[in-house]
Ligand binder design. Sequence first.
Ligand code: UDP
Length: 195
Amino acid sequence: MQIIKIFGIKFSSYDNMNEFRNHIKNFLSTDNCKSIFTPNAEMIARTVEDKSFREVLKRSEVNLPDGVGILLLAKKKGIRINRFPGIEAMLEILKLAEDLKIPIYFLGAKKEVVESMVNRIKIRYPNLVIAGYRDGYFKREEEENIISEINNSGAKILFVALGFPKQEFFIDKYKDKLKVNIAIGVGGSFDVLSG
Ligand code: UDP
């Protein structure tokens, strides 16, 4: 794995899936929450104007280069980086969670979308331990309860699909309160996997 800086944001570039799996496995044996984001070129553009968003990406343990825009930005600087779309990361982590019996929680998307995705995922990963899920339309006042629900569920991996930049701000805000080992922002992936 190489760390590559693009516009001041550190990206992880993995040579292969095995390397990524091992990195994730290491996170699972620690006792704090690590965040994984999948910035695309649009997100990097936002970091230029929005300092707080920039800080959020800088604090993240892993940023995966999502989309060809990032590769082009890197190429301009003479850097080669391997693309890693958020959905591929999600599928790989689900496989790993199933193999290792690591409980997971899904937060985000519309109620019917997340329900339909969970039903499909149960078929695709029959031994996956789904600790819980809920939709991504809630008020600020509900957030503390949602964090308690996730913590009480026993989940160790949290997938958050609230769209960008909401999911990144949410994960960053609650990272210290979350008992999961990994929180990953996955954008529109729940919609893709729901049907
Ligand atoms: N979403 C959500 N809560 C919100 C806003 C968005 O759960 O308050 C969900 C939305 O239903 C979709 C996902 O976030 O499943 C990604 O949304 P969008 O396509 O707008 O974001 P992007 O793909 O641009 O990050």
